[in-house]
Design a protein around this ligand. Structure first.
Ligand code: ATP
Ligand code: MG
Length: 418
């Protein structure tokens, strides 16, 4: 075999694709009831779009981006996430002129140069949502509730919703000072990344999963103790509203997200049924980002669901065998031509019909009908053509019925669930 797929990417084929479509359809339906509209944005952007927003010292920018020079010597990056390109598009298309909140969703591939492992890919798919223009914590509660509804609708169980507030640019400096004071004498126990993070972006130390670092940062001050009045009120109201809506959640004061742009609300959903890559969705508020990008000061909040993380959790419980409603086995060329004509007429009525073109015996045609999960089969031979009558066989119940060779007859039969 000469060519193989790259490391960390997947070919998504039938029947698995029906699991993907199932999730996408459920999500679309729920987005609609919340007024979120779909957007489709480019897969590549100027590299700056990500550096400015995700942060120069974030893992994504430091290690995970697919960045290359195009033939015009521009630095281009395959999007590692959806929010930064969204904010770029929001400003460029003046979406802030629409009535707030402006609500959008997207579905598509993201790219990160990470070490591939179970449920962690280099090309992976996210379903994401962004709501702009409202800073009221009720919107935070609403979007988290919507996320929980989507995850529930696709059949996920055993989820843990963790929420926190990571403050704003008023109160975060105080927190970072307290954190640095706490971490300072533990530096020797840090991994080399955290040694660097301590200087450039100490919040990131909290995100590190290296055992030595996990131990060293035990007992570090919780960020929620350092919130200013505005952030504290916002967080309290979010919790109250989540309780009122019966959205189960736990507060994790040590939750930090891998992206620099978050303010106030941050959340992560994990599943107890996944191994170490347990995060199925994550998100937060980004009230400073639009302004940072040169747009009008506009608050925003969003989340992204990782498709590859939820698919293994629901795959086995979904029925993925699909097959044609009618399979026609013709005997001879004249019958095959008539079969094609019948198939075309039924397809125009929206039925899934297949014709066997193998020109083989009934036995081997029937074997194929079985293989492709045909629901009903008819055999079309000289007698059938002459008498204009055929036997339609239901492959499940094995029931047989003689019907006139008239399109409406099959249509009726297939429709009546046969
Ligand atoms: P993780 O902690 O697993 O690296 P993350 O914090 O980097 O996740 P986000 O940037 O918040 O992830 O992306 C949102 C969601 O996208 C994650 O919760 C996860 O479900 C999914 N995701 C992120 N990176 C990958 C990947 N490399 N492969 C598959 N899914 C991913
Ligand atoms: Mg990551």
């Amino acid at each position: 075999m000469k060519y193989r797929k790259l490391k960390g990417v997947q070919d998504i084929l039938p029947p698995d694709i029906s699991v993907w479509q199932f999730i996408e359809e459920k999500a679309r339906k729920i987005f609609r009831s919340y007024g979120y509209r779909e957007i489709r944005l480019p897969i590549m952007e100027s590299t700056d779009v990500f550096i400015r927003s995700i942060g120069e010292t974030s893992d994504i920018v430091e290690k995970e981006m697919y960045t290359f020079k195009d033939k015009g010597d521009r630095s281009i990056t395959l999007r590692p996430e959806g929010t930064a390109p969204f904010v770029r598009a929001y400003i460029e298309n003046h979406l802030n002129n629409e009535p707030a909140p402006q609500k959008y969703y997207y579905m598509g591939p993201m790219f990160r140069y990470e070490r591939p492992q179970a449920n962690r890919y280099r090309q992976f798919y996210q379903i994401g949502a962004e709501a702009m223009g409202i800073d009221d914590p009720k919107l935070d509660a609403e979007i988290i509730s919507m996320l929980s509804l989507i995850l529930e609708a696709v059949g996920l169980k055993g989820l843990n919703f963790e929420i926190t507030s990571i403050g704003c640019k008023e109160c975060r400096p105080d927190y970072i000072k307290a954190l640095k004071d706490f971490l300072e004498d533990k530096m020797l126990d840090f991994c080399s990344d955290c040694g660097r993070r301590f200087k450039t972006n100490p919040l990131r130390v909290l995100d590190c999963k290296v055992p030595g670092c996990v131990k060293a940062k035990k007992g570090s001050p919780p960020v929620v103790d350092y919130l200013c009045k505005d952030c504290g009120d916002h967080f309290d109201q979010l919790k109250n509203n989540l309780n009122r809506l019966n959205v189960p959640h736990t507060i994790n004061p040590n939750l930090v997200r891998g992206l620099d742009y978050y303010t106030k609300t941050a959340f992560e959903v994990s599943s107890e049924n996944l191994g170490s890559q347990s995060a199925v969705a994550a998100g937060g508020r980004y009230d400073g980002m639009v302004k940072e990008f040169g747009g009008p000061a506009t608050p925003g909040i969003g989340f992204a669901i990782g498709m590859e993380r939820i698919i293994p959790l629901i795959k086995d419980s979904l029925e993925t065998t699909d097959g044609p409603e009618l399979y026609i086995c013709p005997l001879g060329n004249e019958a095959a031509e008539e079969a094609l004509r019948i198939a075309e007429q039924l397809r125009a009525k929206g039925r899934w019909v297949e014709v066997n073109y193998d020109n083989t015996s009934i036995r081997s045609q029937m074997r194929k009908a079985n293989k492709i999960n045909a629901k009903n089969v008819i055999v079309l031979g000289d007698d059938e053509l002459k008498n204009r009558k055929v036997t339609i066989k239901n492959m499940g119940s094995k029931d047989e019925e003689i019907v006139d060779l008239v399109i409406n007859e099959y249509h009726k039969l297939i429709q009546s669930g046969k």
